[in-house]
Design a protein around this ligand. Structure first.
Ligand SMILES: [Zn+2]
Length: 324
C-alpha cells in the first residue's frame, strides 16, 4: 500500500470513469485503523467488520438495503428559491451547492422515497451528511413536508434517518424557519394517526436535533452516534467542567431516557419492520414470508456514488450530461 494505490490510482479512476469502483480500493476504519476491503465494507453497510464502528452511509445505499428488493421510487421535492440572500463566505453559496451536487450526484441534503419494508408500505426520508454536512435549509424543509404529505396521502408511516451539522447558515433565518415548518409537518402525521419513526445517525446536531429529529413516536439511534444541540467542546468551554465519558453519544442518551433504543445498522431493517407493523396493528412479519433484501454488492456502491438500482441508466445519463 503506497501513495500510488492510495491516491494516484483512485484519482485517475475518478477522472476517467466516475462510476467505476476500483476492485482494489481499501478504506481505513477511523476507529480501529483496520484496512477494510471496499466490497466487504459496503456489504456490511459501511460498518467496520472488525470493531463495529459505523461509518457514514449515503441515502441511496441506505434505501437500497432498507426496502424490499432494494426497490423504491423517489418522492418529488419542490425546489426552493436558490440563494435567496446572495450569501458569500469564502465561496459563493451557489458555487458550494454546485460542488456538493457534483460530488454527491444529489440535488440537496435529503432524499425522500416510497417503498415497502417487509411488505409494509412506508415513506422514508434520509439526510445526506456528505452534502454540505447534511445541513437543513429550505430544500430539507420542503423534503420533510413532501414526505409528511405523501405519508398522509397514502396513509403510510414515515421513517426518517437524520444526519446533520445543523441549520444551513448560507440561508440565514430562512434555514431556522425550517424548525417550525418541519414541526408542523410532524404534527400533520400525528393528527392523521400515522407513526413517525426517527433513526438518529452520527452526527445529528443543532437545529435538526431541536426540531423534527427528536419528535418521533419511536426514537432509535445507531451505535455511538453523536446526538446533541451544542457539541461537547462548546459545552465544556462554557461550563468549564470535564464532561462524563460518552457524553451525548447514543448509549449515554439511551441510559438517560432520551432514546428508545440503540440498534446496529445491520439489524435496523428487521427492527423497523417489527416496529412499524406493531404500530400499525399488523400481525408480526414471519421471516420466511418476506422478500429478502437484495444481495448487497449489487445494490450498494460506496457512499456518494450510489445509483438507484431501477434508475441506474437514467442516473448515469444525467451525470454525464451534467458534466458536459
Ligand atoms: Zn474498526
Amino acid at each position: 500500500m503506497n501513495w500510488i494505490t492510495n491516491y494516484v490510482r483512485p484519482r485517475i479512476n475518478s477522472i476517467f470513469s466516475r462510476r467505476e469502483i476500483p476492485e482494489n480500493l481499501w478504506s481505513k476504519c477511523d476507529e480501529c485503523g483496520t484496512m477494510l476491503f471496499h466490497r466487504e465494507l459496503s456489504e456490511n453497510l459501511n460498518v467496520c467488520t472488525n470493531c463495529g464502528h459505523h461509518m457514514p452511509i449515503g441515502p441511496r445505499a441506505r434505501f437500497a438495503a432498507l426496502f424490499d428488493g432494494g426497490i423504491f421510487s423517489e418522492v418529488e421535492v419542490p425546489q426552493p428559491t436558490p440563494d435567496p440572500l446572495q450569501f458569500r463566505d469564502q465561496k459563493k453559496y451557489p458555487d458550494r451547492m454546485r460542488a456538493a451536487q457534483k460530488e454527491t450526484g444529489e440535488k440537496d441534503a435529503m432524499l425522500v422515497a416510497r417503498g415497502e419494508i417487509g411488505r409494509t408500505p412506508i415513506i422514508a426520508a434520509a439526510q445526506d451528511f456528505s452534502f454540505m454536512g447534511g445541513s437543513m435549509g429550505m430544500y430539507v424543509g420542503n423534503a420533510i413536508i413532501a414526505a409528511a404529505e405523501e405519508a398522509v396521502k397514502l396513509k403510510r408511516p414515515l421513517i426518517l434517518f437524520s444526519a446533520a451539522g445543523g441549520a444551513r447558515m448560507q440561508e440565514g433565518i430562512l434555514s431556522l424557519m425550517q424548525m417550525p415548518r418541519t414541526t408542523v409537518a410532524v404534527q400533520m402525521l400525528r393528527e392523521a394517526g400515522l407513526p413517525y419513526i426517527v433513526v438518529l445517525t452520527h452526527p445529528t446536531t443543532g437545529g435538526v436535533t431541536a426540531s423534527y429529529a427528536m419528535l418521533g413516536d419511536v426514537q432509535i439511534a445507531e451505535p455511538n452516534a453523536l446526538i446533541c444541540f451544542a457539541g461537547p467542546r462548546v459545552i465544556e468551554q462554557t461550563i468549564r467542567e470535564k464532561l462524563p465519558e460518552g457524553f451525548q453519544r447514543a448509549e449515554y442518551l439511551l441510559d438517560h431516557g432520551m432514546l428508545d433504543r440503540v440498534t446496529k445498522r445491520t439489524d435496523l431493517r428487521d427492527d423497523l419492520i417489527s416496529i412499524t407493523r406493531m404500530l400499525l396493528g399488523l400481525p408480526p412479519a414471519v421471516k420466511g414470508d418476506l422478500p429478502a433484501p437484495p444481495p448487497v454488492e449489487e445494490a450498494i456502491a460506496p457512499p456518494a456514488e450510489t445509483p438507484e438500482p431501477a434508475k441506474k441508466a437514467d442516473k448515469a445519463e444525467t451525470k454525464k450530461s451534467g458534466k458536459g
